[in-house]
Structure formats: C-alpha cells, structure tokens
Design a protein around this ligand. Structure first.
Ligand code: GLN
Ligand code: ZN
Length: 774
C-alpha cells in the first residue's frame, strides 16, 4: 500500500526579518534617512526569504499576505479602504504616508496645527502583539484601496510558489473595531463590508489561489448570539463568491467551546483548531465533523519556544486519522508563527543541551513536516526516537527539578499568603512607624535613563569598564537622585532603578531557571520587538538582587526609600514559560524568590517595598469562565511574595492601566497596603470603579501622564486629586505620577514633580486645615 500523504501548511511567519531588517528599514525610513523604494525592497527580500524557507522545510501550503509593514489589522483596514476621516486622503488608494500616519499619527502642518492622532493600539487577544484598532462609524464605507494581497500572491507565484493568501475574517475585523459611540451596532456595517470582502476573495481566486485562509479568532471568545448568528449567512455569501476555491477557516488562541456547532456548520472546506492551547477539543469535536469538512490540526505551539513532543502530537493526529482519514487532515502550527522568535540558527551562546529543547519558527516548520511524515510512515523511526530522547534529557535535567524548590512549594501553608493583621491594623502600625503626612508624595520607581547610563551599561557588557567602576557610577547616580528628591520635598523616595535595563530582564538574570537568547526577538508592534527571557527550570534566588542598591540609597536619607521589585505575575507574563509544569506553579516559584528578597529588604531596614504588577491584567484568560482560576493563583502568587513582612512594613504595588472595573475586587484581594495606578490619561476614569466598590486600602491614582513631554500645571493635578478625593477617603490618598519616568529627561521630570509636590501641599491645607504642611 502506498502511504497516503498529509497536507502541511503554515498560518503565518514572522515578518521582522531574521536580523530585524524590517525594524531597521522602517526606522530609517521614518527618520527620512532612506527612501520608500529601499524600504519596499527590504520588505520584499524578507518575504522571499520567508517563502523560500518554508518551501525548503517542506511546507506545502505557504501563506501570503501574512507579511506586514506595520500590522496586519491595519493592512486589512487599508485594503478595505476604511480610513478614519481625520486623515486627509483624496486618492482612491492608500500610500505609505497615509498608512504610517494612521499607525503613528501625523505631525503638525499648516492644516493640522495639532497634528493628527494615530489610531488606537491594543493587545491582539491574549498575546503581547498589538494591533491598530480599526475605527468605524455609521457612515463608514468600504472600497478596495490597496493591492497588497494580490501583489504578494503574484510575487510568490513568480518564485513558483502558489501561496494560500491569509485574510482577517470579516466578523473578527468588525468585532475588533471601535466606534466613538459605544452603542453603535458594528454588525450593522456587515452588509456594506461583505461586497468589498467578496470582491477581494474573487480577485484572489481569479489570480489562481487554490486555498484561502480566513482568520476568525473571535470564535474562541464568549460571543453574543447576534455575533454567532452572523457567521452562517456571512460564510454563505463568501462561499458563493468563490465556489471553486478552498476556504480554510482559522481559529486560534483557545477552544471553540459553545461556538463549535456554528463553526462546524459553515460552508467551508477546512477548519483550523488550536490543539496546543486546547488539545482536548479534538476528541470533543471528532464525532461531529461533517462529511465534507477537513480539519487542520494546530499541534505545534506557535506561542511558545519548546520543541514539540511528537508522541503527544502523533496521538492527536492518529485519532483524527482514524476518524477522518488522511485526505481530510492538514498539519499546522497552532496559530501564526508571528509570536515566536525566528530561528535558533543565530543562537551561538545558548547551552547546547538547553538549546536542543527549543524550537523557534523555523524549527517549528520542520516539526510540522516531520509529524506529517511520521504519522504516515514516511519518515525513519529514528526521528521519533531522537525527539523522545531530547525530551527525556529535559525531564532529567537537574535544573528542571530542584528538590528544595519543590518541597518549599509543597509545604506552603495558607498563612504564607496572608499578612499578620488585617489592613486597618497594619495601617495604624505603618502610620506610627513611617510618620507620613496626609497625601504623601512618591514616584513609581524609575528616574531618567540617560544616554550616559545606557552607555555605562554597554561598556560593562563589552568589558570596557570594570564591575567596580560601573558600581561606583551607579552609586553616584543614586546619590544624585536621592538629593534631587529630597530637594523637591518628596516624602517617599526611590533609588531610581539606574542599574536596570528592563524590569523583568534584570530579575531574570539574577534568578536560577532563566536563560536569555541573543536574537529571540518577537514583534510587539510596528517596528518594536521584545526579547522575552525563557524560564526553563525551577526558579530559585541564589543571592539577594536589590538589597545593596536599596540600602545604599536608604543610607543617604532619613526619609523612607521604597525597595522596588517586579512581581511574580509580571515576570511570568513577560517571559516564555515552561510547558512541563502548570503556569501557576512557575508563578509560585517566582513568588517564593521575590518573597526571599522582600524578607531580606525588610531585614536590611527597608520599611516600604513596592512589588510592581503591570502585567497582572494581561494574564486574564479570554473566556469569562476561565478567569476565576487565573485570578485565584495570580492573587495567591502576589500574596506569597508580599506577605512575610511585619505589619509596620508597607507593601506597595503598581499597575499601569485604567481598565479596572471588571477586576477591581481582585485588585483589592491582593491586599497591598498602597496601590499606584495609571489614570491621568483617562482623566481618572478608573475612579468610576470606586463608586461601585469601596477600595479598602490606600491608593495613588497617577496625576500626570508621563507619555507626554508636557509639564503639567499645579491646577491640573490639584483638580485630578480633588476628583479622586471625592470618591476615595482623603486619608487613603497618595500623590504620584503615572509610571515611566525613565523615558523622560531630567528637566521635565523635575519641573513636573515640583508642581506635583505643590499640588499635594495645597490639598493638605484644604483637607487637613489644622495640620501644617511641611
Ligand atoms: N517601577 C517601574 C518604573 O517606574 C514600573 C514600570 C511599569 O509600571 N511598567 O519604571
Ligand atoms: Zn506602570
């Protein structure tokens, strides 16, 4: 019997280029240092490289239109001609200037003295990728305005590759869009959108596309019935427009759950399932797959960097094979590979054993081909054996199982995640110990990271200065920073975080269980990339991480200096996390490491410790039903980290967003003594939550927007604080800016802080008339 064959495909490939060529080309174009032609040339080189690579790896259906100069959602808006009114456009097509001005805003000119605000950017589902939010209004119209998917299809065809064009589905497009009027029914635009959408599809079919991939990731969300019910008629229309082209509908980032019956009823040729996030859904769905539908099995995890466990994937593939046969199966990554780094090829410094456990985008392509071949007996048995022995080496590695860490976790008691006394008692102790005035002033931790500081760090890295010289330099910066804060009259000081490159990397480098790549970049938005650490083993803190800097700062002043730590949930959230133990276990391990640091800081005489959790909200699962479980372990992790201190030691936390309404109770359960939150950009919108829920502890809503270089006036800040004081008991209010001082320069920071301190003084006088402000 000739072995049958399984079709392999890919949903999307990273587009930043293997050496971040796109980033460089974009930034030089934006600065006016290179031409549009040269940018477009780089872009084309990257596409050609990506297609060739995928072909060489044996992928049969290779995507096109997955490339983007900035963002694939913005590309869709431009393709559909959905350009926000405020951007001047007279041409029927979208050029580069218009495209980038939607993404990045336009600078002032004679017609627009204020410039034009960019479209909003927001997180793509639960990833760290950010897309440009399409804008809709009742008058929005659609008309094909770019030729991007057609050009890219032809470009690949010229190389001899008949690609599978990828388009964001019409319903996901509308769902992710935003309208100024929150009550506007976005679905009312569907009848206007569909004709343009089907025109795009027909043109792709005419060009010779055999398969088209339509992404509808909203099918893994909780959907209102009106959205669910829109799927069948939409896909009937789509089907009719391209009767002879195969449609692959892609879902990812979760399971279909209650949306499964709808997805299975659609007139499509193949349905893609994310079996990395949700392997269980295969068995649930197999009995009800209609006879004419193929399944695309997303078995290789597109969101993480671990080598695939072939035995696990093959067991899924075998079950599908038995039920559907080889002709109705495709093998793929779980989602677009956009979310993984590009290739291990460029990693020359990783420990070779640990490196063998990893698979970046390029390696994942080979895994897909290998799995398809092994499943149909077309690959040598050694391929599977080799995979198994590598995974075995990971399981047996002493760093992936540290008995002392495991036994500490196993013996954690509920009281380890609880402060000694409830907040009202702690508050009294802290007032007695810290002698703070009402409306105490503080900052969020960092102070300007000047070119001088970055240069010193680089010199240390390159061996141009000694560790000792670097330490002396940092101490000097700390001393200057303390003096400036004292002169400004700030009440609770910080050391300035000059020794930190990044709030997660700094701690990751000092903890066991983390490794760092040289080139493991992943696109965050536009030209911005991040290089997340990899948590590969049990996390453990070999030495104190911040005590020396913090105690040095404290030795220079009689005012309290806050110790600054990054919280366990944020460290977890901004890293690639191991997949061999639950995320919640890794969170607890990190929590114990931070707890040790908290204990050491307290022992060293630090009376206030801030544990930042800016990523706390991002960890929230997409589905409502999954949220309580996450919140439970995330809150626990924070409390394990923050609870070992005396009642008189004050724990602060910080979060940088204002969409709080739905999780405000959970924030309360963190039981930090003080929380500072970013609010100024939303004009204290956050405070709406407090009309419904009485936040029990102290709180510092940010009174100035760090993202703008403008120095806010005393009046502005006083007004914001008055607004806050009308909803929060004044004795629980702190005065602080939003986060991000490190991105500003000293003159702005000093001028703004001076006004902030004055605003606090005015408030003190008004609300505590008997007490003299200092
Ligand atoms: N302490 C950090 C700082 O001030 C907090 C950063 C953040 O919130 N993302 O920079
Ligand atoms: Zn922040």
């Amino acid at each position: 019997m000739t072995p049958s064959h399984l079709l392999t495909h890919n949903l999307g490939f990273p587009r930043i280029g293997s050496n971040r060529e796109l980033k460089r080309a974009l930034e030089s174009f934006w600065k006016g240092q290179s031409t549009a032609d040269s940018l477009l040339h780089t872009a084309s080189q990257i596409r050609i490289q990506n297609w060739t690579l995928q072909k060489q790896a044996g992928i049969q259906l290779i995507p096109s239109n997955d490339f983007s100069l900035y963002d694939q959602v913005l590309d869709m808006s431009c393709l559909l001609g959905n350009i926000p009114q405020r951007f001047p456009h007279t041409q029927p097509t979208v050029d580069l200037t218009l495209y980038f001005s939607i993404a990045r805003g336009a600078t002032a000119d004679c017609c627009h003295p204020q410039g034009i605000a960019a479209s909003e950017m927001t997180k793509w589902f639960d990833t760290n990728y950010h897309y440009i939010v399409p804008e809709l209004s009742p008058t929005t119209t659609f008309k094909i305005a770019t030729s991007k998917p057609f050009d890219e299809f032809n470009e690949a065809l010229a190389l001899g590759i008949r690609t599978k064009p990828v388009l964001l589905g019409p319903l996901t497009y509308l769902h992710l869009s935003k309208s100024q009027d929150p009550h506007f029914d976005k679905l009312s635009l569907l009848p206007k959108l569909l004709p343009t959408y089907t025109e795009i599809l027909s043109r792709l079919a005419q060009l010779g596309a055999e398969w088209i991939q339509i992404d509808e990731p909203i099918l893994v969300l909780d959907l209102d019935p009106t959205w669910k019910n829109s799927f069948p008629p939409t896909y009937q229309t789509i089907r009719q427009s391209i009767p002879n082209t195969k449609i692959l509908l892609a879902t990812y980032f979760g399971d279909l759950r209650d949306n499964a019956p709808i997805a299975l009823s659609l007139p499509i040729d193949a349905l893609h399932l994310d079996l990395a996030r949700a392997p269980h859904q295969l068995d649930d769905l197999l009995p009800s797959i209609p006879a004419n539908l193929s399944l695309s099995l997303g078995v290789v995890d597109g969101r993480n960097i671990w080598r695939n466990d072939y035995t696990q994937s093959l067991s899924l593939i075998q079950r599908a094979l038995q039920s559907l046969g080889p002709d109705r199966l495709l093998i793929a990554p779980s989602c677009s590979l956009l979310h993984s780094p590009i290739s291990l090829r460029h990693e020359t410094k990783l420990d070779p054993q640990i490196k063998s456990w990893l698979a970046f985008a390029e390696e994942k392509l080979h895994e897909i081909t290998a799995l398809a071949q092994i499943a149909t007996h077309q690959a040598p048995a050694t391929l599977l054996q080799e995979n198994q022995s590598i995974l075995q080496s990971r399981r047996n590695h002493p760093h992936t199982y540290r008995p002392e860490v495991r036994s500490r976790l196993a013996t954690l008691r509920p009281e380890d995640a609880r402060r000694h006394s409830p907040f009202p008692i702690r508050q009294q102790h802290q007032r007695a110990a810290l002698h703070l005035t009402p409306f105490p002033t503080t900052t969020i931790g960092s102070f300007p990271q000047t070119p001088e500081i970055r240069q010193a760090r680089l010199q240390l890295k390159n061996g141009q200065i000694t560790q000792e010289a670097y330490n002396t330099f940092i101490r000097q910066k700390i001393a200057e920073c303390i003096r400036i804060q004292e002169d400004l009259g700030i009440d609770v000081l910080v050391h300035g975080e000059f020794e930190r490159n990044d709030m997660v990397e700094y701690f990751g480098e000092l903890l066991d269980g983390f490794i760092f790549t040289q080139n493991g970049w992943v696109q965050s938005y536009g030209s911005r990339c991040v290089k997340p650490p990899i948590i590969y083993g049990d996390v453990h803190r070999p030495h104190p991480m911040t005590v020396e800097w913090t105690t040095y700062a404290q030795s220079l002043t009689s005012r309290p200096v806050k110790g600054m730590l990054t919280g366990p949930v944020t460290i977890l959230q901004w890293s690639f996390v191991r997949d061999d133990i639950p995320r919640s276990d890794t969170a607890r391990q990190i929590a114990l490491a931070i707890r040790d640091e908290v204990i050491d800081l307290e022992k060293a005489g630090i009376r206030i410790i801030q544990i930042d959790e800016p990523a706390f909200r991002e960890g929230l699962p997409l589905r409502q039903a999954d949220r309580p479980h996450y919140l439970q372990w995330a809150i626990e992790a924070f409390r394990i980290a923050s609870s070992p201190v005396a009642d008189s030691t004050q724990i602060h936390t910080h979060m940088c967003y204002s969409e709080f309404n739905d999780i405000i109770e959970s924030i309360g359960q963190l039981d930090a003594d003080v929380i500072s939150i970013e609010t100024s950009r939303s004009n204290m919108e956050l405070l709406d939550a407090f009309t419904r829920y009485r936040y029990p502890n102290e709180i510092g809503p940010g009174v100035w927007d760090i993202h703008s270089p403008r120095v806010p006036t005393v009046e502005e800040m006083t007004q914001l604080l008055e607004k806050a004081a009308s909803l929060i008991p004044p004795h629980n209010l702190w005065v602080n800016p939003d986060c991000g001082l490190k991105t500003r320069n000293w003159p702005e920071v000093q001028a703004s802080l001076k006004n902030m301190v004055t605003a606090a003084h005015q408030l003190r006088q008004k609300h505590t008339p008997t007490q003299n402000s200092k």
